[in-house]
Design a protein around this ligand. Structure first.
Ligand code: ATP
Length: 233
C-alpha cells in the first residue's frame, strides 16, 4: 500500500476527535472517506498532512513511518492536500495560482501547464483573469490544478464539492474521476457520500471519530445503513 494509516488517534484538548482510525490507499486508487459534519474527516486529513499531531498510531507512506514528520517535509514527499475552501490568491491570475503549485519542485512547468489546460480547458480560456472572479466550481478546479502542478504521489481532496451548486458538483466529480483514470492516487474526503462513493474504488465511513464501515464504493452505495444515514434513501 502507498499509504497506510493504522490505529490513528487525534485529540483537541479533551475531545477525542479520531479514534483508532485505520485506512489504506493503494497506488492508483481513488479512496473516499465519507461522514457527516463533525465526524472527524478533516481531522484525519490534518493529521495525515501533519498540521495536527497524532496522539498515537502510525502513518506509513511508501513503507516509511511518517507519523512524526513535519508537514512541509510530507509535502516534499508528495503528500499534497487541496484544502477545504480552496484558498486561492484571488487577485492573482488563474495561471499565477497554478504556477505557484510548481514553485517547490523547480524545473519547467510549461509542459505541465499545457497538460492541465488540456484537462480543464475552461482554465486556459480564463488563464489571465483574477482567480477570485471565477465561479465556485472553476475556483475548485484551479485549487485542484495547483495541487497537480506539485506532482502529487497522493492527492488529498478535502470536500471539493462544498458550497457548490449541484451542476458544478457533477463537474468537479467528473474531473476527479478523470484524474484517477490518468493514474493519480486520490484520497477524497466528502460529506456528499453519494457522489464520492459513485466514483471511488473503495470507501470508508467515519462516525464520531470512528471508522465504522469500509468496502468497495459500489458495495457501500448498496449498503442499507449507508443508504439510510447518508444517501437519504
Ligand atoms: P466538517 O465536514 O464540518 O469539516 P469533519 O468530519 O471534517 O466535519 P472535524 O472537523 O474533523 O469533522 O471535527 C471532528 C470533531 O473535532 C468535531 O467534534 C469538532 O467539533 C472537533 N474539532 C474540530 N476542530 C477542532 C478544534 N480546532 N478545536 C476543538 N475541537 C475541534
Amino acid at each position: 500500500m502507498l499509504l497506510e494509516i493504522e490505529g490513528l488517534n487525534a485529540h483537541y484538548g479533551r475531545i477525542h476527535a479520531l479514534k483508532s482510525a485505520s485506512l489504506t490507499v493503494g497506488e492508483g486508487e481513488l479512496v473516499a472517506l465519507v461522514g457527516a459534519n463533525g465526524a472527524g474527516k478533516t481531522t484525519l486529513l490534518r493529521t495525515l498532512s501533519g498540521v495536527h499531531p497524532a496522539t498515537s498510531g502510525t502513518i506509513k507512506f511508501e513503507g516509511r513511518d511518517i507519523t512524526r514528520m513535519p508537514a512541509h517535509q510530507r509535502v516534499a514527499e508528495g503528500l499534497i492536500q487541496v484544502p477545504e475552501g480552496r484558498q486561492l490568491f484571488g487577485p492573482q491570475s488563474v495561471e499565477d495560482n497554478l504556477r505557484l503549485g510548481a514553485y517547490r519542485r523547480g524545473g519547467n512547468p510549461e509542459r505541465d501547464l499545457e497538460d492541465l489546460y488540456a484537462m480543464f480547458p475552461v482554465l486556459k480560456v480564463k488563464r489571465n483573469q483574477p482567480a477570485g472572479t471565477l465561479s465556485g466550481g472553476q475556483q475548485q478546479m484551479v485549487a485542484i490544478g495547483r495541487a497537480l502542478m506539485a506532482k502529487p504521489r497522493v492527492l488529498l481532496l478535502d470536500e471539493p464539492s462544498m458550497g457548490l451548486a449541484p451542476l458544478l458538483v457533477g463537474e468537479i466529480f467528473n474531473a476527479v474521476e478523470r484524474l484517477k483514470e490518468q493514474g493519480t492516487t486520490i484520497l477524497l474526503v466528502e460529506q456528499n457520500a453519494y457522489a464520492a462513493l459513485a466514483i471511488a474504488d473503495r470507501g470508508y465511513v467515519i462516525e464520531t471519530g470512528e471508522i465504522t464501515l469500509h468496502d468497495s464504493g459500489a458495495a457501500l452505495l448498496a449498503n442499507e445503513r449507508v443508504k439510510q444515514a447518508y444517501l437519504g434513501l
